[in-house]
Each structure stands twice: as C-alpha cells, then as structure tokens.
Ligand binder design. Structure first.
Ligand code: NOJ
Length: 949
C-alpha cells in the first residue's frame, strides 16, 4: 500500500493550495482578472507578438510588469511565454544569502526542445480585430487565429473561425511576483503531514495568508524558499471537448478524470513531480516517476493540444461543464467542455498550443518540438529478461543456457544493483561476479546482450574513484549552502551526479569507456533507475527543493528535468565507449525510470514498481497507451509484476499482454520467487513461449512501427480514439491496443479465470481472428473466446504486415531470415502495408543503408514498391540483403472466385518470371478464406508483383 503520508496533497503544497483558492475566489461573478496587456506595448515582427502584461496589485499604484511573447511558428504551433521583468533584470534580493539564480528558470527549452521553432512567415496581424483585442492569423492558409483580449488579458485560439482553446478565460492567470518579506505577526505553522485550515479570502494585502510563502516544512525537511512565493497558474479551456488525454505519468484512465470531487472523480489535481512512489496505487492522480506536461483534447473529428513547458512541480486540475464555456463555442458538435487549471511552483509560463485537427497532427507537432523517439537497435524491441537479481555470473550463464535448452526466445539478460561491490557503480562484486567478461561472452554466443544498472547516487566511500572524482571536480548536486549534497540511497550515504553540467557529462562519458568500466563489452547496455532522483531520507523521497544545480538553478526549478539529464548523459556515454566506436557508433540503449518531454529521443521507459496482481496488469494498458500518444512510445511495464509472486495464470496472461508492450521486459523484486518462463511448467511454459514467438514473428512489423515513430512521432500502440477519431462511443476505451497502422488489434485478458473477452470495434470493417480467421464485423462490442492459451488478436481488413516465421533464440539470429507477408482483405479486395529494415544496430540507415517497401494489393495483384530515399550506403545494404526473400504470402479473406485456381503469376522488376503454386482453403462457418503462396522467389529489396487473377 502506498504511504500517502509521504507525499503531499495539493492542500499540503503551499503554491497548489494558493492557486486552488485563487480559482475558488475567481468563481464569484464579480471577479476580474487583474492582468492587462498594455496595448501601447504591443509590437509584431517576424511572426512574433510582444508586449507587457501589467498585473495590478491591490492598494498599490505600481503594477508588476510581465513581458509576454507570442510566437507563431511555421509548423502552425503557437507559443505563449510570460516572464517577470524585475527578475529578468536580476533586480531582486534573495533571502538567506542564497546563491540561487534570480531569474525565473528559462532553460527548460534548452533541454526539452530540439526543433520546430522556425517563425511563421505568413502569420500577420488581422485588420478585423474588435476593439480591445489584437488578432493574429496564422497556420495553414491562415485558417488559425489567436484573438488576444487586452483587459483582462486572455487569448482565444480558433481554427476555421471556431474557438478551440482559451487561455485565462476563467481569469485564473496568476504569476506570483517577487516581493520582499515584510515581517508581520508570526503566521500559524503547519505540523508535519497536517494541512492548515483553509484561510478566508483576504480582504486586503495585509491579511493574505503568507504561511507558505517564505518557508514550508514537510517530512522533517524545511524548504527555505530564498525567492519567496513565485508560482504560476493559468486556466486552459477546451470548449466543446469532452475528453482530455495525456500528462503522464499516472496510474489512471486514458481519458482523464475530473479532479474537484464528486462521484467517481478525483479530489486531487493530477500531479507532475517525478517521484519514487513505493507500491503506487492504481486509479489515482498521484504523481509517479516521470512527467510529460502535454495534453490533448478530443471531440468527434477534432483534436487540439497544449504543452506546458515547465520543469517545476506542477498540478493540473480538470473540470468539465455541460454548458459551452463561451458563446463563441456554440455550434460545436461536442456537448460539454473541459476546463483545466495548470499550476507550477516556479519558472516561466511557457505554453505551446496545437490546433490539430487530428490526433496524428497534434502528436506530430509536439514531436517536432521535443523530438521523435530514437530508432532502437532491434534487440531492444525483443524480449528482455530481468530480475533483482541474478546473483552470480554463473547464475547468469545458467539462466541463458536454460532459455536455450527450452527454445525460448530472449534477447537481453539484465543485472540489477547487486552485481556491484557495495553498490558502487562501475565495479563488480569480486565474490559473485569475478569473471564478468566471460559472462558477457557466453551470453553473446546466442546473439544476446546484457544490461547493467547504473544509478545517479554515488556512494561515499574511501578509495572509490568515482566519488573521489565527483568531489574533486565538484560534479555533484549541491545543497543550499553550496556544499556537495549528501543523502541516503541504496549504497548508504551518497552524492548525486549533476548531469545539468556539461563538464559532468564529459566526465560521465569517460566512466563508460571499456578501459574504465572493465568487465563490460560491446554487448553491454545501461539501465538508469532512481533518477527522479530518489533519495530515501529526502522530502517526498527526493531532494530538497533548495538544493543547487549547475548554473545555481534551484532543484525546485529543474526537478522534473533531472532524470532526463541523467539518461541523456548515459546515452552520450554509450556513443563513445572507445575511439573506434566514437567514429562508427552503434545505437545506444538506455532504460530510464524518470523522464520528461524529450526523453523519447534517447531512452525507453517502464512504469516502475507495480504489483504482481491482476489490477496492475489491467492498469498497464492505459499507461502504455498514454505514453504512446504523449510522444514517448517506447514504454512497457514489468511483466509478471514487480512486488509479489504472480500465479502462473497471471504470469501467463502478463506475457500475452507484454508481447504487445513496445518495451517488453520481465522483472521481479529481490524477495520474489524465480519465475523465468521455463520454470512455469505445463501448460504455462508452452503458452508463454507461444506469446514470445508471436512477438518474434512480428518483429519486422514492430520494427517498421518504431521506424515510423522515429520519423513522425506516431504512437506504436494506439488507442481507439487515435485510430477512429470519429467514433464517439470509443473515446474512453483504453483496454485494447492497435499495433501502429497494421490493423492488428489486441485486447489482453486482465482478469482471473476469464474464458472470453469483449473487444470493441470502432468501425464496420471486417476483422479476422489472427489464428483461425473467424470473422467479426459490426461497430461495437464482440465477445471472443479467450481460454488461457489464446491471445485475443484481430486483423482489420485492408492491411498487409510482414512476419518472420522461423523460430530462433534471439533476434540477432533472424537478421537474414526470409519474410512472410500477410495480406488481409475485405470485400473491396484492397490492402496496404509497409516494411522497414536496416542493420538494426548502427546509424548507417542515416546514410541510406535500409530497405523501405510499400506493399499494395489491388485488382487481384500484390506488388512491392520502393518508398525509401536513396543515400550513399543504399546500394551496399540492398546487396547485403540480396539473398533475403519473401518465402510465403498468405492472403486472408481472398474472394471465392480464386477457389479453382492453383497458380499465381510472379513478375520481378517488371518482367514476368514464372507461375508459382497457390493453395486456396475456403473459410467455413464464419471464417475467412486462406490462400498460401509458397516461395514466390521474390527478393525483399526489389520490386515485384504477384498476380492472383
Ligand atoms: C527500483 C526499480 O524500480 C526496480 O525495478 C529495481 O529492481 C530496484 N530499484 C533495485 O534496483
């Protein structure tokens, strides 16, 4: 059970409580937001509008000056940034002689953004603006418009004249400006873990409740807040939109719930404050290990989104109303509106606005800014076997052998923290891992890799070179006084690597060189855990907020970025393990627990310490789906569950679900019983092996999906709303997954003893059971038999997907295996699909060393077209793959007229080559027909066609 008392509620987090109270006060009809955009300050140049917002403070004539820029980008995205002039100028005094920076944190973009910032050449002020507003037209053919109200300041974003997103429409904009502390009568103090009673709304400034302005205590730690209150808040409304998704990471439903109480709703806002939450609870807005402040709103045929670029602790309240929030939004098809309230402890207001109109557009635009997922090495998308811990190098070799003995495919064996000597990373325990080199070699014999864990806490121990260097070079995070911070984690007393510092990154890279991290080899990859950072004796199991990072930024400002800076450093380290590799690097693989927007560029993530219980298996599906639509699709959950011992049935069902996680790793806590698949006995071992073989057979399809994600940002597994954006009944469905654009749809069994599942079809197309071609048709729910040995997997008509059907021990051994193409036809007899292949290891694909084919079936002919761009290594790669052919074509749902046929005509590169046998099996009792063409003798890298007519 999670220990709620270890984590703050909104009420216990001063700035969250203050902003919620602000929102409550703003509900009254007499409320007007005290922020005005001074029209005299507005300028517009190069796609950017700038000006000064003036904040009125009660009873003071002086107004706080808040510079705003609204950038209209070529991509059609708009960015609104608000800063505080006094702090920009450094014109403030810090308390306690703090060394912290005076500015509001303005480097989140430097970490999170990698592109998409080119200004729009076409954006222009519109002459039609109403009195008291300024209007800018932008976006595709000027169909987007931002209408900026001056007093009170607010913005409406419109697409085709219809309002989609409103900022400060409810007047919740709040930028707590800097002010000196004026000593008054002592304010009441909060006791540990206890909330203060809600104060009455202030009548004048002297009565404002300052109890959380200047310092705040929680869990025995006092945050000294040298800059006083500095939070930001803003309401963002989506008129006409009933569903919002995103803002991972939470163990919650895909369609986010409302957060201000009421039946079935949450009482707490969704929180984003990367944390190590022990035994986290399900169906909860509580924070987890990672944060992506990107949200999309969806209604029938329209998707829009916002990205709140802020790395400080953030809370998001969500409410929905049945009446349209604004008259301008009347006429929108949606019946209700969603209003959100974003609250961060410090930093800039920096919001990106995406106007869609499809889920694909919104996710793509977000990816243009924060980057797309890295194309992983092929092994990384295969099956990983982990546990805390394999206890000796002999143990590892033995586990490896057993997978071989039982013919169970597996690509990676993992080592958790016990491999080290006293949890000193970059060392091996000499008693248990005395010959790591040999261990790596044995594992490599089956084409397998290893992953070792390296955490950011560095043990304080005499003679440990890593800590000594860290201290000498001052590469650790500092405490508020500027000394290297000390806290408690796995190794005992430790320091924390400050990967915000470029020099630290250089040093970190050196530690991974083969010559320095002895015992590892080219098949060693890295797992970064505990990088929220987790500090066992810190407030909320993390670092004090007044700690200092490189550049003297307070930890408060950068907390949610911390994990990403660490796995970025590791990614870079893996690119340069030796001089030779620096010249011709292989793609790194890094798994991270903490993440932020941009983490997708250099890592995979998993959902942390789940329980070996059925509800945790169920919860993993919406979590993985949410990662996908939030730009970070390389995601999975611990298969089998981390804490506790799963029943064999649960374990089996988990493998069947896990075979459809983009990141597919089994893992278990140190106190659990061994549960490698070969220990499961009959019939479980066989059923698990089948699930693994299915994953391996479909690896070409998965790899093609990863390639797509790496160039467009598209999710790898997709929820119903993404695939069927018009299907209102399916917008909340989050327990089944489509695999990319392949038409493959799985609905994992997540309940004990299930004999069947209900699967939801979002359209009227024909769907075939993957294994026996049973036909399901008709929008809505269908019951499918799902005994333990059956994975619920359907194929939607109109698709073609590639497989490799030879069973091997690891993906490395499949590199030159032939392909099977599965063509799935409906009544219109048409199908399409793609295959992307490269060496699965290096960056040569960037120079064209890949094959990218499109398969098209129409008019009874299947053909393969080249859709790759040629580069300098294309020819060489295609030649290398010359012997790799299509060994089988399977057509499901071919027409009855083919019944009497026994031959197809195969043409290669336009020339008719020969007739090849085909076998037609009629589909009986509600099943689709099957045609099999064996060995059509077509090369995978060349153009060919197969005529069935
Ligand atoms: C916490 C991680 O979440 C878990 O997967 C790991 O086994 C332990 N740390 C030990 O390293």
């Amino acid at each position: 059970m999670v220990k709620h008392e270890n984590f703050k509620t909104c009420d216990q987090s001063g700035f969250c409580k203050r902003n919620r109270l602000y929102a409550d006060n703003a509900e009254v009809s007499s409320w007007t937001s005290p922020y005005e955009l001074d029209p005299r300050t507005i300028t517009f140049k190069n796609g950017e509008l700038s000006g000064i917002i003036l904040k009125s403070i009660e009873k003071r004539s002086e107004k706080v000056r808040l510079p705003i820029t609204i950038s209209f980008l070529e991509s059609g995205t708009a960015r609104v940034t608000v800063d505080e002039e006094k702090r920009q100028k450094g014109d403030i005094v810090l308390r306690h002689d703090s060394k912290a920076r005076k500015e509001r944190y303005n480097e989140a973009g430097a970490w999170a953004l990698v592109g998409g910032l080119a200004p729009s050449a076409g954006a222009a002020l519109s002459g039609e603006a109403k009195q008291g507003t300024t209007s800018v037209k932008y976006g595709p053919a000027g169909t987007f418009e931002a209408v900026i109200g001056h007093a009170p300041f607010r913005i409406e974003f419109k697409r085709d004249g219809v309002t989609q997103i409103q900022l400060n429409e409810r007047g919740l904009l709040n930028m707590e400006h800097w002010r000196p502390k004026v000593d008054k009568a002592a304010a009441p103090e909060a006791k540990e873990g206890e909330a203060l009673p809600a104060p009455a709304p202030p009548k004048d400034e002297n009565e404002v409740d300052e109890s959380t302005w200047w310092e705040e205590s929680f869990g025995g730690n006092t945050d000294t807040k040298p800059r006083g209150p500095e939070s930001i808040g803003l309401d963002i409304s989506f008129p006409g939109y009933d569903h919002v998704y995103g803002i991972p990471e939470h163990a919650s439903s895909l369609s986010l719930k409302t957060t201000r109480g009421g039946d079935g709703n949450y009482k707490e806002p969704y929180r984003l404050y990367n944390s190590d939450v022990f035994e986290y609870e399900l169906d909860s807005p509580m924070t987890l290990y990672g944060a992506i402040p990107f949200m999309q709103a969806h209604r029938k045929d329209s998707t829009v989104g916002v990205f709140w670029l802020n790395a400080a602790e953030t809370w998001v309240d969500i409410v929905k109303s049945k009446t349209a929030a604004n008259k301008l939004s009347l006429g929108i098809a949606g019946t209700s509106s969603t209003q959100t309230h974003w609250i961060s402890e410090s930093g800039l207001i920096d919001v990106f606005v995406f106007l869609g109109p499809t889920p694909k557009d919104v996710v793509h635009s977000y990816g243009e800014l924060t980057g797309y997922t890295q194309l992983p090495q092929e092994f990384a998308i295969a099956h990983h076997q982990c546990r805390w811990n394999y206890v000796t190098d002999e143990d590892v070799i033995d586990v490896n052998k057993k997978f071989n003995k039982h013919n169970i495919p597996m690509d990676v064996l993992w080592l958790d923290i016990e491999y080290t000597e006293y949890k000193k990373y970059f060392t091996w325990d000499p008693l248990t891992f005395d010959d790591p080199e040999n261990m790596h070699k044995q594992v490599a014999k089956s084409g397998r890799k290893m992953v070792t864990i390296i955490d950011p806490h560095i043990k304080i121990a005499d003679g440990y070179h890593v800590v000594e260097e860290l201290k000498k070079k001052q590469f650790g995070v500092k405490n508020k006084d500027g000394d290297i911070y000390e806290g408690h984690c796995w190794p005992g007393q430790s320091h924390w690597v400050d990967a915000f510092n470029p020099l630290t990154i250089n040093w970190w890279k050196g530690l991974f060189q083969y010559a320095n991290f002895k015992g590892t080899g080219p098949n060693t990859f890295i797992w970064n855990d505990m990088n929220e950072p987790s500090v066992f004796n810190g407030p909320e199991t993390t670092m004090p907020k007044d700690n200092l990072h490189h550049g003297n930024w307070e930890h408060r400002d950068v907390h949610n970025l911390n994990g990403m800076t660490f796995h970025n450093a590791t990614y870079q380290a893996l690119l340069s393990r030796s001089k030779a590799e620096e010249k011709s690097p292989r793609r790194p693989f890094v798994l991270t627990r903490a993440f932020y927007s941009g983490s997708q560029r250099s890592s995979a993530m998993w959902t942390g310490d789940n329980l070996a219980e059925w509800p945790a298996l169920a919860a993993s599906i919406p979590m993985v789906l949410n990662q996908g639509i939030s730009g970070y699709p390389f995601a999975g959950a611990d298969v089998g569950g981390f804490f506790g011992n799963p029943s064999k049935e649960l374990l089996t069902r988990w493998y069947q679900a896990g075979a459809f996680y983009p990141f597919f790793r089994a893992h278990a806590h140190i106190d659990t019983r061994r549960r490698e698949p070969y220990l499961a006995g009959d019939p479980y071992m066989g059923i698990i092996t089948d699930a693994l073989r299915l994953r391996y057979a479909l690896l070409p399809t998965w790899y093609t999906a990863f390639h797509e994600a790496s160039v467009t940002g598209a999710p790898i597994v997709r929820p119903n709303f993404y695939v069927h954006p018009e299907d209102e009944a399916g917008f909340a469905i989050d327990d089944q997954m489509y695999l990319a654009d392949t038409g493959l749809l799985t609905k994992p069994v997540v309940t004990e003893g299930a004999e069947s599942v209900d699967i939801y079809l979002g359209d009227d197309k024909v769907y075939y059971d993957y294994f026996d071609y049973s036909i399901y048709k008709g929008k809505g729910s269908h019951t499918i038999k799902a005994p333990l040995d059956k994975i619920t997997l359907l194929m939607q008509e109109g698709h073609i997907f590639p497989r490799r059907d030879r069973q091997r021990r690891s993906s490395a051994l499949m590199k030159f295996d032939p392909y099977t193409l599965v063509v799935v036809l409906g009544p219109d007899g048409k199908g399409q699909g793609e295959l992307y292949i490269d060496d699965g290891e290096s960056f040569d694909y960037e120079s064209g060393a890949y094959i990218h084919r499109k398969f098209i079936f129409e008019n009874g002919i299947l053909r393969s077209e080249d859709i790759g761009k040629k580069g300098k290594l294309t020819g060489q790669y295609v030649k290398k793959m010359d012997a790799v052919r299509v060994e089988r074509v399977i057509v499901v749902g071919g027409p009855g007229e083919w019944k009497g046929k026994s031959k197809v005509k195969v043409s290669r590169e336009g020339k008719e080559v020969k007739n090849v046998e085909m076998k037609f099996v009629e589909g009986k009792s509600g099943k689709g027909s099957e045609v099999v063409v064996r060995d059509p003798n077509c090369k995978i890298g060349e153009g060919w066609s197969i005529s069935f007519v």
